[in-house]
Design a protein around this ligand. Structure first.
Ligand SMILES: Cc1ncc(COP(=O)(O)O)c(C=O)c1O
Length: 395
């Protein structure tokens, strides 16, 4: 085994393991209440509609048998790309079918972008706190990650501009524009426009990773950064609205990026499963059913967010947070408490969460905790917060 470890690539070693990830293996313990994962609600995963959609997908004929069971194009099946483009066009005013590359979850799109844009030592800008999965891709690419803080209106574009003026030259800047994972923040309209202008002035790609877009509790949808600049690429996913098990996501990008991404994807997995692409297509193209389904999800998550927010407000005296307007997460500050130290005590009490330090490469966010309200019903959320309170009393 030691011999094999010595053979591992720099890329494999850069990806590293994490103490927090190791602790979260304890999630399997019986009776554990988890606020840790970003798992969609089980109530949203009714098997019936999937079974019916699968039947329909298998009934589609083709010269080589059902296309849902055959190899397919690396770019993804044409009908799904057209459907994604139509929806994107409505908000960005520019996308067409050719711009869309279907990926194996939006996570693969981040990995492909890192592969085609980054050499070891290149600089990327990430949010502070950032989506953990993108930090992993950037680490594996050997990139230097510079983090810019997020406030209630998303990425601090003024701070980013200050760094750029001081000489920072990133190849890409990654943001989660809606109901960010983990902070819950939404990038304001003004900052979207500004980020687009900064990208054009300084010449970097904006990666707008947007899996939570449809899960807005109230208010109007904001136009994506891609509406404001051709240098933005938008990532989407079926994971939060249909099922993460499908592993169907996409990236909408200009040809200059898409062509090398297609080549990198070919090397990685030839194409995303045609079976799940057709299943996703059948589900998404039933517009009336989808509208109803997404409305139900929005109401469910809004109700759970409310339940968790109330419980945190009542039980955790020092906690502060900005209520999110969608998505899965409450980003709670527990002033004076190192949440990495709190985690083992919380696991002992039977509740899991992700400590803030996991979401940044900098020594920041140490008194924050990401609490997901997506997976547990209101009673479970209240009990989980009570257990968290007991753990806090012990540290
Ligand atoms: C911000 C963000 N981006 C990407 C992903 C990956 O999603 P997918 O299941 O589409 O790969 C997640 C999943 O939690 C996420 O929160």
């Amino acid at each position: 085994m030691e011999c094999i470890e010595g053979l591992l690539s720099a890329r494999a070693n850069a990806a590293g393991s994490s103490a927090i990830r190791d602790l979260l293996h304890l999630l399997e313990r019986p009776g554990m209440l988890s606020l840790a994962g970003g798992l969609p609600a089980a109530e949203g995963l009714a098997p019936g509609p999937f079974a019916a959609a699968f039947e329909r997908a298998l009934r589609r004929g083709g010269p080589y048998g059902p296309p849902a069971l055959q190899y397919g194009p690396t770019e993804g099946i044409a009908e799904l790309r057209a459907l994604v483009a139509l929806d994107a066009q409505r908000v960005d005013g520019r996308s067409d079918e050719d711009d869309v590359l279907v990926t194996t979850g939006s996570q693969q799109a981040i990995d492909l972008l890192a592969r085609v844009l980054l050499d070891a030592g290149d600089t990327v800008v990430a949010e502070r706190p950032a989506y953990l999965g993108s930090l992993q891709c950037f680490a594996a690419a050997g990139a230097r990650v510079v983090t810019i803080p997020v406030d209630a209106d998303g990425l601090r574009t003024d701070e980013l501009e200050r760094e750029l003026r001081a000489g920072l030259r990133p190849k890409l800047c990654a943001v989660v524009p809606n109901f960010q994972n983990p902070s819950g923040a939404t990038l304001s309209e003004e900052r979207r426009v500004y980020l687009g202008a900064l990208a054009e002035h300084y010449g970097f790609v904006v990666v707008e990773d947007d899996p939570y877009r449809a899960l807005r509790f109230d208010g109007d949808e904001l136009a994506p950064v891609r509406r404001h600049t051709e240098l933005a690429v938008t990532l989407g996913s079926t994971s939060k609205i249909l099922a993460p098990g499908l592993r169907v996501g996409w990236v909408i990008a200009p040809a200059a990026l898409r062509a090398p991404m297609v080549r990198a994807k070919q090397a990685a997995d030839l194409h995303t499963s045609t079976t799940t692409q057709y299943l996703a297509l059948e589900m998404l193209s039933d517009h009336a059913a989808m509208e109803e389904h997404v409305a139900r999800l929005r109401a469910l998550y809004a109700q759970r967010c409310h339940a968790l927010s109330c419980a945190v407000g009542q039980e955790l005296a020092t906690a502060t947070f900005t209520p999110p307007r969608g998505g899965f997460f409450l980003w709670v500050r527990l002033a004076g408490i190192d949440t990495t130290d709190l985690l083992p005590a919380a696991l002992d009490e039977g509740v899991a969460f992700v400590p803030g330090a996991a979401f940044t490469t900098a020594t920041a966010c140490r008194d924050y905790a990401r609490l997901s309200f997506a997976s547990l019903a209101a009673d479970g959320l209240r009990e989980a917060v009570h257990r968290l309170h007991l753990a806090i009393m012990k540290v």
